[in-house]
Design a protein around this ligand. Structure first.
Ligand SMILES: [Fe+2]
Ligand SMILES: [Fe+2]
Length: 488
């Protein structure tokens, strides 16, 4: 979590940045307190530190404004007029607050300074104590707050019109988002259990993979859009789920039946599980790896086999997961690691070949400790194309490149209208592969606008020419664009 900055606020612009930085903390700390209030009585010692942490964040806000309000509008949270950044770190807390505020029809929570820890705990207890079936939760909540001497925190009713049924695209995107973050949290649970030496059940991961498959079979671009999320701190979880999504999408293109897809998905989620046994100092090392570091990192495929063998009830699924863990850094020409004694006879499992591709692509497009600047998606593909026949099986690589597209999802494009746009869905027709669906994010002068979709195959009826065409690919990292804002 970000350190609370202690600077004084000078201008509205600085204030907005300040709110963005603090907004994340407010959302996370409020959610933690509410969640714990749902478990413990308000005097329980477990609530002391979380309520103090919330109060610390509020105190920083109150240095510059007497009151700060957390507002709900449609599917977004705002602090005053500034939309709270949604990223991987805040995703769970953000979704929790959205859901719980909506369920209680609360449109805003206002904090008038100073707020003390006891008041914060009272608020938490009152908030979670309101039955969502109550005829007027905001009124009842406000009444109970006053009765509990909680005057510095007030609530307002959510008075926006009832939500319109979402169009199918938004609906799918929501479902994809939920599925993605659930998969991350179930993987976290498994890793935690493995580290603690507890018995591990595969069921949760299997269920997560099955929901990924369900979303993917309906439409795949929402999930592929989510793979543009690369979170440095949560790299391992994030990477494993991304690899699983790429592997499953490729498996689907190859026509694998659903039962095989499940096994492919689960084994790809676990491909790097061996990394949990490598010391953090090595994995997170900010400098180049030494030879000794590499020797240890290269152990992770075999360590993965060892870890997976501890899972209760060995079956086909655990066996194939072990194989994929062992083989995912082997190359098509049998080089790579672990070093094999007899390369000529080694026949890599089909799933391992798929995971090797998915793994390389996601790793190249992520910034990691040992690769600070990630490749752009198209650059990663061209590097992979050079490795056809050596690292990768040519036929599979071809299908993968087709699937990811000439302009993969998340690529930043300059259009001939001078607008900037992000690819959000590839064009399935090979003849139109250079005309994806995009989100236009700036006007021709480069001013950021509310993103709107555009299909680059669209023809202007007057001129008979395409309305928009790609001029070139730009580096998203140089333009300070937060992909998470557009894809989740
Ligand atoms: Fe790996
Ligand atoms: Fe990996």
């Amino acid at each position: 979590m970000a350190q609370i900055p202690s600077f004084q606020i000078a201008s509205p612009q600085v204030y907005n940045e300040h709110v963005l930085a603090l907004g994340k903390d407010l959302v996370i700390r409020l959610q933690i307190l509410l969640k714990l209030c749902g478990i413990h009585e308000r005097n329980n010692v477990a609530l002391v530190r979380p309520s103090e942490r919330l109060v610390e964040t509020l105190a920083v806000f109150h240095r510059t404004a007497a009151e700060v309000a957390l507002r709900l509008s449609r599917d977004f949270l705002y602090i005053d007029e500034v939309r709270v950044r949604y990223d991987i770190e805040t995703a769970t807390s953000y979704n929790y607050l959205l859901d719980e505020m909506k369920r209680r029809r609360i449109g805003a929570i206002s904090f008038k300074g100073p707020v003390d820890a006891v008041t914060a705990r009272t608020f938490g207890a009152v908030f979670v104590g309101i039955e969502t079936t109550h005829p007027d939760p905001p009124y009842e909540m406000q009444k109970r707050l006053v009765a509990g001497n909680c005057f510095s925190i007030t609530v307002e009713a959510y008075d926006e019109p009832p939500e319109q049924p979402l169009d199918t695209i938004m609906d799918e995107r929501k479902r994809a988002k939920r599925t993605y973050f659930r998969a991350i949290s179930s993987l976290k649970g498994i890793v935690h259990a493995l580290k603690e030496g507890q018995a591990v059940e595969l069921r949760r991961v299997k269920r997560s993979v099955q929901s990924i498959i369900d979303v993917m079979l309906r439409e795949e671009f929402s999930l592929l859009g989510l793979t543009t999320l690369k979170d440095y701190d949560e790299y391992l979880y994030n990477h494993c789920i991304n690899v699983s999504i790429f592997a499953l999408t490729l498996g689907k293109r190859l026509g694998l039946p659903k039962s095989h897809l499940t096994n492919l998905g689960v084994s790809s989620v676990f491909h790097d599980i061996g990394k949990v046994e490598i010391p953090h100092e090595i994995i997170d090392k900010p400098t180049e790896f030494t030879e000794e570091d590499w020797r240890q990192v290269k152990e992770h495929p075999s360590l993965g086999v060892k870890i997976l063998s501890r899972i209760r009830g060995l079956n086909d699924l655990t066996m194939v997961s072990m194989v994929v863990s062992f083989e995912h850094h082997l190359r098509h020409d049998s080089k790579g690691y672990p070093a094999l004694r007899s390369r000529a006879e080694w026949d890599m499992h089909f799933f391992s070949r798929i995971v090797a591709l998915a793994d390389q692509y996601d790793a190249m497009t992520s910034s990691r400790v040992y690769q600070r600047v990630p490749f752009s998606p198209d650059k990663a593909l061209s590097v992979m194309a050079e490795r056809s026949g050596t690292h990768f099986e040519p036929a599979l690589l071809k299908v993968f490149v087709n699937m990811v597209g000439i302009y993969p999802i998340g690529t930043l494009l300059l259009l001939d209208t001078k607008e900037l746009a992000l690819v959000f869905d590839t064009n399935p027709t090979p003849a139109n592969a250079n005309r994806p669906r995009v989100l236009v994010i700036t006007d021709p002068s480069g001013n950021q606008i509310e993103a709107r979709t555009a299909d680059l195959t669209e023809i202007d009826a007057r001129t008979g020419r395409h309305k928009r065409s790609v001029v070139k690919v730009l580096d998203v990292h140089k333009y300070n664009i937060n992909l998470a804002e557009y894809f989740i």
